[in-house]
Design a protein around this ligand. Sequence first.
Ligand SMILES: [Cu+2]
Length: 157
Amino acid sequence: MRSLIDDLKLFCRCLIAIVGIYSWQVLPALADRLVVATPTEIKISLGNTANELKFFPNRVQLVAGKKYKLLLSNSSPQKHYFTAMEFASSSWTQKVDAGNVEIKGAIQELELRPSANAAWVLVPMKPGNYKLRCTIPGHTEAGMTGTISVDPETRRF
Ligand SMILES: [Cu+2]
C-alpha cells in the first residue's frame, strides 16, 4: 500500500529529474551556442595617426545576449586604455586575443601600446549605457571618452 511519504518521495524524484534534465541539457546547450556563435565584429580605434585623443567611434550600440568581437586598435604614437569597468563586469567575456596570446575569461580593462591590436570576444548581459574612457592622465579630460549602450535583447533563444 502506498503511503503519503511514498507519493512525496516519487514527487521529489520527478522534480529532481525535471530540474536535472533542464540544467544538464538546456543550460549547457545555451552556453554552447554562445561559445560557438559567430560574433559580430565592431572596430574601435583608440586615438589615430594624427594623435587625436578620441575613440573612433565614440558611441557603440550593442544588444544584450548577442556575441561581439570588439576589434581594438591603436594607430596613434602613444599608449591608450580601453576602460569600461561597469560594462566589463556586466558582460561575459569569452576571450581576448592579443598578439600571440589568447586570454580566457574575465577582463577589466585593456592597455594598447602604439600599433597594438586586440580582439575582445564578449556577450553583453545587462542593458544600459556604460561609460568608456581612457585612463591615461589627461586623456579623459581631453575627450577620450565614449558610450557603450546595450539594448535589451529583442527575442529569446
Ligand atoms: Cu588615451
